[in-house]
Design a protein around this ligand. Structure first.
Ligand SMILES: NC(=O)c1ccc[n+]([C@@H]2O[C@H](COP(=O)([O-])OP(=O)(O)OC[C@H]3O[C@@H](n4cnc5c(N)ncnc54)[C@H](O)[C@@H]3O)[C@@H](O)[C@H]2O)c1
Ligand SMILES: [Zn+2]
Length: 353
C-alpha cells in the first residue's frame, strides 16, 4: 500500500480495557447506554461494564441476527433511550457485530437529531469493515441498508480480544473482507496471505490493523461513494446475488463465503476483459480454495443468480456494475461486463473448486 494515510485519532487499537477506560475519564456525558445483542451481551458486556463499575450503564439488549436490523428494533432502542431519560448529552456505546454497529449508530444519529455514539466492534467483519467508514443503516421491506446515513462515531475501539469467542465461520466471513482489501490495494499483503499456512496461524492483530488502514484510506478519499469507494465492492456484485440465492433456498451461507466466490468470478472477468495475468488469477483461486470450504453453485441456479444481479440499483442498461482488477493491488470501478461473461465466470468458479 502506498502513501499510508494516518488513521484518525478516534480509532483506537489494542487493549480496550485500558483505552476505553482512559477515554471515559476525559468524557462527561449526562448518561451512558450500551447496545448489545444476545451474544455480545454474554461474551463482551461483562468486561466492558467492569471497566467502570461506578458508571450507571443502561443496557439495551436486542435479539441477535440480521432479521432484527430494522426500524422496528430501532423503535425499541429509541424507546429505551427515551424512557431512561437520554438527552442530547447522552452516549450510546454499540457493543457487537455489524448489525449492532450499523443500527446503533443509526438510532443514535437520529435520536434528538443525533447523540454521540461509540463503536466497539466484536466480530472480525465489524472490526475491519462495518465499523470503519461511517455508513449507518437498517434494512427496510427486505432491502438491505435502505434507510440510513453517514456519520462517524466519536470513538471506535478495535480489540481482537473478542475473537476468542467468535465462531470460526464468522471469522472466515470477516477474513474475506481482509483478503479483498489486500487484493484491491496491497499486493505485498496478498503475497503474505498466500504464505500463511493455516487459519490458526493468522496473527489477527496485525491483519486487522492493516486492513482498517486500507479501508480508511479508501473511504476518506471518497466518503460518500461517488467513485473510489466503489473499489470496496470487489467480489460483492456476484457475492450478494449468491448470498440471496442460497438464503432463498434455505441454505444460508456467510457473507464472506459468498464474497469469496464473488472475488473468484470478478478475477476471472478481470482476466478476460482487462490485463489480470493468468498467474494472478490462479493465485486468487488458490488462496480462496485454501481458506474456504467448497460451495458448488447449482447449474440450474445460474439464471436466477444472474437475474438477482440484474435487479441491483447500481446497474446500467440491465448490466450489473462490477469492480475489477487489472492486477492484484489495483482496481477499476463502474465496469459492465456482458451477462454471458458473468455466467462463464460462475462456471469457471465451479470448475476450479
Ligand atoms: N457499515 C458498513 O460499512 C458495513 C460494512 C460491512 C457490513 N455491514 C453490515 O454488517 C452486518 C454484518 O456484520 P456481522 O457479520 O458482524 O454480523 P452480526 O452483527 O450479526 O454478528 C454475527 C454473529 O456474531 C455474534 N457475535 C458478535 N460478537 C461476538 C463475539 N465476540 N463472540 C461470539 N459471537 C459474537 C452476533 O451475535 C451474531 O450472531 C450486516 O448487517 C452488514 O450490512 C456494514
Ligand atoms: Zn462485504
Amino acid at each position: 500500500m502506498q502513501n499510508k494515510t494516518p488513521l484518525p485519532p478516534y480509532i483506537f487499537f489494542g487493549d480496550i480495557l485500558r483505552q476505553f477506560s482512559s477515554w471515559l475519564e476525559t468524557q462527561h456525558y449526562s448518561s451512558y447506554f450500551i447496545l448489545v445483542d444476545t451474544s455480545s451481551s454474554i461474551y463482551c458486556l461483562p468486561e466492558i461494564q467492569n471497566i467502570r463499575p461506578d458508571i450507571n450503564w443502561h443496557i439495551i439488549e436486542i435479539p441477535r441476527g440480521e432479521q432484527y436490523k430494522t426500524i422496528t428494533t430501532c423503535s425499541l432502542i429509541w424507546d429505551a433511550l427515551f424512557k431512561n431519560g437520554a438527552d442530547r448529552h447522552s452516549l450510546l456505546v454499540n457493543l457487537g457485530g455489524g448489525v449492532i454497529g450499523d443500527m446503533g449508530g443509526f438510532a443514535a444519529s437520529t435520536y434528538m437529531r443525533g447523540i454521540d455514539f461509540v463503536q466497539i466492534p466484536t466480530t472480525l467483519l465489524a472490526m475491519v469493515d462495518a465499523s470503519v467508514g461511517g455508513k449507518l443503516a437498517v434494512d427496510f421491506k427486505l432491502a438491505k441498508n435502505i434507510i440510513g446515513l453517514f456519520k462517524n462515531p466519536v470513538a471506535n475501539f478495535i480489540d481482537c480480544r473478542w475473537l476468542k469467542t467468535l465462531p470460526n465461520g464468522e471469522k472466515r466471513s470477516g477474513w474475506a473482507e481482509i483478503l479483498k482489501h489486500a487484493i484491491i490495494a496491497d499486493e505485498a499483503a496478498f503475497r503474505k496471505m498466500k504464505s500463511i499456512p493455516s487459519f490458526h496461524d493468522i496473527r489477527w492483530e496485525d491483519w486487522v490493523q492493516h486492513s482498517v488502514q486500507i479501508k480508511y484510506q479508501i473511504v476518506q478519499n471518497d466518503p460518500k461513494e461517488k467513485g473510489l469507494r466503489k473499489g470496496l465492492n470487489f467480489g460483492h456484485t456476484v457475492g450478494h446475488a449468491i448470498e440471496t440465492y442460497f438464503l432463498e433456498h434455505n441454505e444460508p451461507k456467510t457473507h464472506g463465503e459468498c464474497v469469496a466466490i464473488g472475488m473468484v468470478c470478478a478475477a476471472y472477468i478481470s482476466n478476460q476483459t482487462l490485463s489480470l495475468p493468468d498467474s494472478q488469477l490462479v493465485d486468487i483461486v488458490n488462496v480462496i480454495k485454501k481458506w474456504y470450504d467448497p460451495i458448488i453453485i447449482p447449474k440450474q441456479g445460474i439464471p436466477q443468480i444472474l437475474s438477482l444481479m440484474r435487479k441491483d440499483k447500481k446497474n446500467r442498461a440491465g448490466k450489473p456494475n462490477f469492480t475489477l482488477i487489472p492486477s492484484i493491488g489495483s482496481y477499476v470501478y463502474d465496469q459492465y461486463p456482458n451477462l454471458d461473461l458473468i455466467a462463464d465466470s460462475l462456471h469457471f468458479y465451479n470448475d476450479q473448486i
